[in-house]
Design a protein around this ligand. Structure first.
Ligand SMILES: Cc1ncc(COP(=O)(O)O)c(C=O)c1O
Length: 415
């Protein structure tokens, strides 16, 4: 049992993990329920059964909800009850956490295998010499669409019911998630509508359109989110880029491949935006090989995780980094929870350091990584004293969607 978000979380494990959240007061529970009711998508859930339990001074009946059509291995039972007042059960909140498991990710791996590339992990001689350890690059920038995003997007889309697929999927993204969702929609025959801020780089807009998505440009991110809300109300299925266990599980499949390819793995460096990439992989790697150290990295001005770790709670930021694809306005609560438990250290590098690493990767490793990926090399340089010649350090090069215009602009601004 541990304390979480002001309430107590009990962990019952009769067969599957069950979380019961009990706020400290009924008022707090009701407040949370209100929030949950707004963000909930009840059409995606169905009532699977009933369970009765008695815990401490809380005796209540709880219905539990399960994904209708997936092999979702985790259960979430949220109980807003004190004494014998049963408040209800909801799927999502800022305060509870979803425990994705290794089995979830393995199942996601099977689900998405026909649709995504199994990307290679290669030892890099120059970087190994430079950092005096064994450095490997997980070349996820060679994934379809140029980033890891199709992993989560396919996992989520493949779990939709037929009726949901017919309604179409809406997403807000000015980056790689847009392309991942658009591509998955094209392959699976699902209509996709992507709302983007109008300052989204033209190469992202063009690529998203090329995968068949309808693209709508709005003045800023907030307006884009508001528009997506309207679509949701009209019946479209909303895909959140990172605050979603299906997405996290899909991204976590990178970790399965890493450990297969580098069984001697000792360290992984991975970047964080909203946290689904890190979260899925940290769970998998720590469960399969607990001795592996997970190091995370953000750039200055895209440090939603750094701030959340400092504050001990999710905080909202206004991203300013040139590493736009790391610029999440806040991290998912699940991701924070995982980072608090599994991350060795969290590094913040400057845009200039990420750019220098980008140039190094281009010139010496012959790969064009975007800043959200090259920052892992900048972090490795910072962390060098932690690595010995016996260590095997993987940098997750999670994306390579950068245009020549971007590179020129970085050079102008940062050199
Ligand atoms: C290339 C790249 N790296 C890292 C991230 C961060 O992923 P997450 O938001 O799951 O932390 C993103 C997110 O858009 C990305 O596009």
């Amino acid at each position: 049992m541990h304390r979480e978000g002001g309430g107590e979380v009990f962990d019952f494990r009769p067969s599957l993990p069950i979380l019961v959240y009990r706020p400290e007061s009924l008022t707090a529970g009701r407040h949370l329920m209100g929030q949950l009711a707004n963000g909930n998508q009840p059409e995606r859930l169905f009532e699977n059964g009933r369970v009765h339990h008695k815990s401490r001074n809380c005796h209540c009946e709880e219905r539990f909800l399960r994904r209708s059509n997936s092999l979702f291995a985790h259960w979430r039972l949220l109980c807003f009850a004190r004494d014998d007042t049963c408040g209800g059960i909801f799927k999502h909140s800022e305060k509870d956490v979803t425990m994705i498991t290794l089995n979830d990710v393995r199942s996601a791996g099977q689900t998405i295998a026909p649709y995504v590339k199994r990307t290679p992990t290669e030892r890099n001689h120059t970087l190994s010499e430079r950092l005096r350890t064994n450095v490997y690059l997980k070349l996820e920038l060679f994934q379809k669409t140029g980033s890891f995003k199709p992993r989560g997007a396919f996992n989520k889309m493949l779990h939709l019911r037929d009726e949901e697929k017919e309604r179409g999927v809406v997403a807000v993204s000015g980056g790689n998630f847009a392309q991942g969702v658009a591509y998955a929609g094209k392959v699976l025959g699902v209509r996709t509508h992507i709302v983007m801020p109008q300052y989204t780089p033209h190469n992202y807009v063009a690529a998203t359109k090329s995968y068949g998505a309808q693209v709508e440009l709005l003045p800023d991110v907030q307006a884009a989110f508001d528009r997506a809300e309207e679509y949701k109300r009209q019946g479209w299925i909303y895909f959140h880029p990172y605050d979603d266990p299906d997405i996290m599980q899909g991204h976590g499949t990178i970790g399965l491949e890493l450990l297969e390819d580098v069984p001697q793995l000792t360290d992984v460096i991975i970047s964080v935006g909203g946290g689904a990439l890190m979260g899925g992989n940290a769970v998998v790697i720590k469960e399969l090989k607990p001795s592996v150290r997970i190091w995370t990295v953000e750039t200055e001005g895209a440090d939603a995780m750094g701030r959340a770790l400092q504050a001990g709670k999710v905080v909202h930021i206004r991203p300013t980094s040139l590493a736009k694809t790391l610029g999440a306005p806040y991290v998912a609560a699940d991701a924070l929870w995982i980072a608090q438990r599994h991350v060795e250290d969290h590094i913040i590098v400057s845009d200039a350091q990420a750019f220098r690493a980008q140039v190094l990767l281009l010139e010496r490793a012959k790969v064009l990584a975007e800043l959200a990926a090259s920052c892992t090399l900048a972090a490795a340089e910072r962390l060098q004293d932690n690595f010995s010649s016996a260590d095997h350090v993987v940098l997750v090069l999670c994306g390579g969607n950068v245009s020549l215009d971007d590179l020129t602009e970085y050079k102008r601004l940062l050199e």
